[in-house]
Design a protein around this ligand. Structure first.
Ligand code: HEM
Length: 448
């Protein structure tokens, strides 16, 4: 029988669970362990669960390609349980269950990119950009800000190594306060979503609504061959939230980091802007059909996804049978954590891994945001791989390209450089990106 991958010695019964209280943030502790043990795969015992972090592309491929069927489940965590309303959704469920400027000014880019994806997602789901009335200048109102902030809060707590996710009897104590925060964020999201969903269902029932115009309509009307609705009201509400979370986070995160890196490297920014002016010119905005020709802009977005992933690990995969990976025994029920940071910054795979160098992708025949060979994780691969690759790519590239096309960006006055320090507890920029923006298109292009 092959041995388990190397890892810290577990305590009797609780394994390495005590470390979850002392080694914070846990993901940095785990990444440090892999370095200390000089291994690209490890095993950490949390309660009864074997948690298997991986930073090697070969082992990652072995898991998500060769053993895809075995590692296709998801862990049950407190936050994923609440968010999916008891696993009524797609991404979080175990296998088998179910943003007007006409003057130059300093802009909070984080807020702009998050509200852009928020606007897009609200429009796709509910045919409306705002829940409230928005602001007179076209920016987000309080309702939109609390909505997007709550989506990001639930995201941050989804898979964060809460001790109770490994020892469920601890859940009633909510030791780290995560459950309270997730519930508060969800109540804000539900406050905005539920009245719209309930009203729309009534409109369909009483015949006021007849045409499918957005995703909510699709969810309400989708039915089996006998005409019976496929989704219950609870399922519709849960699916909407999960889908929103999948859509708002990665594009906004990648665009903020790409902009921060590019403002510090004006030669890269200039190359991207020249490409946009060549392909699109200045008399219309970048649109989805331009993306295929925006090779350098895509290389910038791809580089941001490699170097600055949204989350330290891929969404966990749970094994449904014993398996042998890289010669090690991986027991059934293990949680495999492909490290997005470890893979994307692996010096064996990437030259000068910590440098933002879009040129490294320009030799690829087609520059894409996807990386099915798992040399870093963007959309992942296999049966639990991201089904939103096309939309995710369109959103990310359009957002980045429009920021570059519409404004000349520079470091705010009185600052030498953008501070690229990463937040300690997450992978966001430690300080939200603020940058000076000067419109570079004719004034008529900045309509509401
Ligand atoms: C740049 C944008 C995006 C990135 C980087 C991204 C990345 C990912 C990753 C890494 C996973 C986990 C794959 C795995 O478990 O191995 C995932 C899952 C998923 N994504 Fe995306 N995603 C993006 C956009 C989207 C969009 C726009 C949608 C919606 C249309 C979406 C829907 C989903 C769903 C439903 C899953 C769960 C699949 C499952 O568990 O079976 N994603 N995504």
């Amino acid at each position: 029988m092959p041995l388990l991958p190397p890892g810290p010695t577990p305590w009797p019964l609780v394994g390495n669970l005590p470390e979850l209280f002392t080694k914070k943030p846990v993901f940095r502790w785990i990444l440090g362990l892999l370095e200390e043990l000089n291994t690209e795969i490890a095993c950490i015992k949390l309660g009864n669960v074997h948690v298997i972090p991986v930073i090697s592309p070969e082992i990652a491929r072995e898991i998500l390609k060769e053993h895809d069927a075995v590692f296709a489940s998801r862990p049950i965590t407190m936050a994923s349980h609440h968010l999916s309303r008891g696993f009524l959704t797609t991404a979080l469920s175990p296998w088998g269950e179910h943003h007007n400027f006409t003057d130059s000014s300093v802009v909070n880019v984080r807020n702009a990119v998050r509200q852009y994806t928020g606007n897009v997602v609200r429009k796709m789901m509910f045919s409306r950009r705002y829940f409230g009335e928005g602001r007179k200048d076209g920016g987000p109102g309080l309702e939109e800000e609390e909505h997007v902030n709550s989506l990001f809060t639930t995201l941050v707590y989804l898979y964060v190594f809460s001790p109770s996710d490994y020892l469920p009897c601890l859940r009633v104590f909510d030791l780290d306060g995560h459950e309270k925060m997730v519930k508060e964020a969800l109540s804000i999201i539900n406050k905005h979503h539920d009245p719209i969903v309930d009203e729309r269902i009534i409109q369909w029932r009483n015949g006021e609504k007849k045409e499918v115009e957005d995703i909510l309509d699709v969810f309400i009307t989708i039915s089996d061959t006998k005409g019976k609705p496929l989704l219950s009201v609870e399922e519709i509400k849960a699916q909407l939230i999960e889908l929103m979370i999948e859509i708002v986070d990665n594009p906004a995160h990648a665009a903020e980091w790409a902009m921060a890196e590019m403002i510090n490297k004006p030669e890269i920014m200039q190359k991207a802007v020249e490409e946009i002016d060549r392909v699109v010119a200045k008399d219309r905005l970048v649109q989805e059909s331009d993306i295929a020709q925006l090779k350098y802009v895509k290389a910038c977005a791809r580089e941001a996804l490699r170097l600055h992933p949204m989350a330290p690990f891929n969404v966990p995969h749970v094994s449904m049978a014993d398996a042998v990976v890289a010669g090690y025994f991986i027991p059934k029920g293990s949680h495999v954590l492909l490290s997005r940071v470890g893979l994307g910054r692996n010096p064996r795979v990437w030259e000068e891994p910590l440098k933002f160098k879009p040129e490294r992708h320009m030799n690829d025949e087609v520059v894409d945001l996807a990386e099915p060979e798992l040399r870093f994780i963007s959309f992942s691969t296999g049966r639990r791989g991201c089904p939103g690759t096309a939309l995710g790519t369109a959103l990310t590239v359009t957002l980045l390209a429009r920021l570059l096309q519409c404004f000349s960006w520079s470091v705010p006055p009185n600052q030498d450089q953008i501070d690229l320090t990463e937040s300690m507890n997450e992978l966001f920029l430690a300080k939200p990106l603020h940058a000076h923006a000067k419109p570079r298109l004719p004034a008529s292009m900045y309509g509401n």
